[in-house]
Design a protein around this ligand. Structure first.
Ligand code: RTP
Length: 155
């Protein structure tokens, strides 16, 4: 197939401070790469608490909101944008259930995390959220458009 490039779906994925500190970057990036998704943006940043609050604004009324924002801003986060057909929904599937006690083995959280407050990774949960989160974390010029050699074999 041809001509995916312009309109291909994108999602925002972040490895949280626990995943970075535990040395799980390559393990996690590798799972998205091997699936056949394309990396279009990546950077390591320590978000401010205000930034974390923006990222998690939907959860502002939850009791864990403050601790969650403290945690996200406590160290380096690997922010990424991944592209591919169905990447938003299937990315969540690769990640596994929010609570690692309920994530299936074979998922990132199922294989690599134990408790909900240290579940190592974030992934956008829908098209609108993905758009908003990509816009929050990245400037348009940080999103790299390119042809990868594997695409013609993945699609
Ligand atoms: P994420 O946004 O990080 O991908 O996680 P999610 O959609 O699977 O889960 P969500 O309900 O949006 O919660 C966001 C993050 O908040 C933390 N959390 N802690 N009971 C708790 O202490 C609790 N519940 C959720 C988790 O780190 C979760 O990923």
């Amino acid at each position: 197939q041809e001509a995916h490039a312009a309109e291909m779906e994108r999602t925002f994925i972040a490895i949280k401070p626990d995943g970075v500190q535990r040395g799980l970057i390559s393990e996690i990036v590798s799972r998205f790469e091997r699936k056949g998704y394309k990396l279009v943006a990546i950077k390591l940043i320590v978000p401010s608490k205000e930034f974390a609050q923006k990222h998690y604004h939907d959860l502002k009324d939850r009791p864990f909101f403050n601790g969650l924002c403290d945690f996200l801003s406590s160290g380096p986060v690997l922010a990424m944008v991944w592209e591919g057909e169905g990447v938003i929904k299937y990315g969540r599937k690769l990640i596994g259930a929010t609570d690692p006690q309920k994530s299936e083995p074979g998922t990132i959280r199922g294989d690599l995390a134990v408790v909900v407050g240290r579940n190592i990774i974030h992934g956008s949960d829908g098209l609108e959220t993905a758009k908003d989160e990509i816009a929050l974390w990245f400037e348009p010029k940080e999103l790299v458009s390119y042809t990868s050699n594997v695409e013609k074999w993945v699609y």
